[in-house]
Design a protein around this ligand. Structure first.
Ligand code: XMP
Length: 519
């Protein structure tokens, strides 16, 4: 078992971010709803606890509280925002509503020597209503800001700490260092959560789970299913059969890339099912976005079932479930959220099939999946690809999906991608106040025709919309401020090189109110 930190989630929108920051320090951690039974949390054998922020106030009835086992464990505790207030309240300090809600950047100054905070002034991100009026016994004030005289507290003997600000967000530039000091210096957790150690443990676990039995995998072309398949292939070799269903809805060259990567480079036994015609038939005349998703999902399951039968119905099925899926599915409000799009996972588990799941990525964040994928020998371009929706190009080919329209779309998309790649904008980087590059960028083929003139000829052809966004979580997104010269070059190339397209527009809506995909 790697050394671990347990993070208790009090309902913060940043809880997953805390976990990602700790993992970036190469320390394993898990996120638990605050009221998880103690046995489950302690089974992790944590070296310390982090208590997240949350929307509640310690004085409202039924507000979340610090479970007793945490304070009984004699382990270090770091409370962030609500976590700090709950710690203060429980240990006898005073929390009160602040006169002014504090939201946004602030400067705090370290006022007492301590092992948690770097010395001097720190730029931080505040987001709180309540604040600490007096520390519990044993605590001293470690940092102050103009609005929060008690911005950080600590009981150095018991190794309890509280921060009014958020070290996990990138607006707190020294936040990573603060978390490192807590996790590594104070909790003394070993930084042993590396791609190599993740792989070693995972291989052992997979072998234990499946023994000598055959294992089936459905490869969709996406990063997660490819990495999960590569991991299981490394663990059980020939016991694995991977099925790749070519839907004809992937981007240019992708289907071939997946085959080369898994079959030729890793030596996996890959059954390639050419289902392009079947999907095209099923999508004939379908223009409604939800209907497209349903048709594709159902067709995929039918073909997969048939393959599984032909392969003797193996008992185990590989799933590329990753940690954010696991965390989100345990969040209480999920079922109440309105369905904007059915994000079924094409390539996912047929609901009525009797498989035992092998989920080697279940505890990994996306960045970790990518690093593990590279360490397993998958190509860099495959594992660092931008996210791609399960229903593929069907939801970017507005109106009816036909082979000819898909060809146009693929070509336009490849031009956009290659120009962004040359400009170094195909990945996103997080600056101090700004996000650079693109988190997702693609072409959309519109079902409208407009008049143009090429040479001396009138044209009446389809239009392509370019969509490029910056985002960290894909829940909200802003349109990427791509350089005008670059947009001009892309538009020019698309109109010249893609037959049947005579107009290119750039989508300048954020999410919300728009979504990232057009369907
Ligand atoms: P939207 O369009 O809702 O998309 O802003 C948010 C993110 O989810 C991806 N997406 C999907 N992923 N199946 C998927 O696996 C789907 O049906 C699907 N629809 C959208 C989208 O590409 C973006 O990254």
């Amino acid at each position: 078992m790697p050394d671990a930190i347990a993070i208790l989630d009090f309902g913060s929108q940043y809880a997953q971010l805390i976990a990602r920051r700790v993992r970036e320090l190469q320390v394993y951690c898990e996120l638990f709803p605050w009221d998880t039974p103690s046995e489950r949390v302690l089974a992790l054998d944590p070296k310390g606890f982090i208590l997240s922020g949350g929307p509640a106030s310690v004085y409202t009835p039924d507000s979340p509280f610090i479970p007793v086992y945490i304070l009984g464990s004699n382990l270090p505790v770091l409370g962030i925002c609500y976590g700090m207030q709950a710690l203060t309240h429980t240990l006898g300090g005073k929390v009160a509503p602040s006169a002014r809600r504090e939201y946004g950047p602030a400067q705090v100054r370290s006022v007492a020597p301590n092992p948690l905070l770097p010395e001097g002034e720190l730029a931080v991100w505040m987001s709180h209503g309540d604040r600490i009026e007096s520390c519990p016994t044993g605590f001293t004030v470690l940092a102050s800001s103009q609005n929060s005289p008690i911005a950080a507290i600590g009981d150095l003997e018991r190794r309890y700490f509280g921060l009014q600000f958020h070290p996990e967000v990138h607006h707190t530039p020294q936040g990573g260092e603060i978390l490192r000091r807590f996790v590594v210096d104070i909790c003394q957790a070993r930084q042993d959560w590396t791609a190599e150690s993740i792989i070693a443990q995972s291989l052992q676990r997979i072998c234990q789970q499946v023994g000598p039995e055959p294992v089936l995998s459905a490869v969709s072309g996406g990063v997660d299913s490819s990495v999960a398949t590569a991991m299981v292939q490394r663990a059980v070799g020939e016991q694995l059969v991977a099925v790749f269903i070519d839907t004809g809805l992937l981007r240019l060259g992708e289907a071939a890339q997946v085959q080369v990567a898994l079959q030729d480079a890793l030596g996996a036994e890959l059954v390639v099912v050419d289902a392009v015609d079947q999907f095209m038939q099923a999508l004939k005349g379908v223009t409604d976005p939800e209907q497209k998703r349903r048709v594709i999902g159902e067709r995929f399951i039918r073909i997969f079932e048939q393959q599984a039968r032909q392969l003797g119905q193996p008992r185990y099925l590989v799933q590329g479930t990753i940690y954010p899926d696991v965390v989100e599915s345990s969040a209480p409000d999920r079922s109440k959220a309105q369905r904007i799009k059915s994000h079924h996972n094409v390539g996912g588990l047929p609901p009525d099939m009797q498989f035992e799941l092998v989920e080697p990525l279940r505890y990994l964040f996306k960045d970790e999946v990518r690093r593990v994928g590279e360490a397993l020998g998958l190509p860099h371009e495959l594992v660092w690809r931008q996210p791609f929706p399960g229903p593929g190009l069907a939801v970017r080919c507005l109106g009816e999906v036909t082979p000819a329209r898909l060809d146009k779309l693929r070509l336009a998309d490849a031009i956009l991608t290659s120009e962004l790649h040359s400009a170094g904008l195909l990945h996103m980087q997080v600056g101090e106040d700004e996000l650079y590059g693109t988190a997702q960028a693609f072409a959309v083929l519109l079902p409208v025709r407009s008049v143009g003139v090429m040479g001396d000829q009138r044209t009446y052809q389809e239009a392509v919309a370019l969509r490029a966004v910056t985002t960290q979580d894909f829940m909200t997104a802003d349109w990427a401020r791509l350089p005008h010269e670059l947009l001009a070059k892309i538009a020019n190339r698309i109109v010249n090189e893609v037959p049947g397209v005579n107009r290119v527009v750039y989508d300048i809506t954020s999410k919300p109110p728009a979504t990232i995909e057009w369907e």
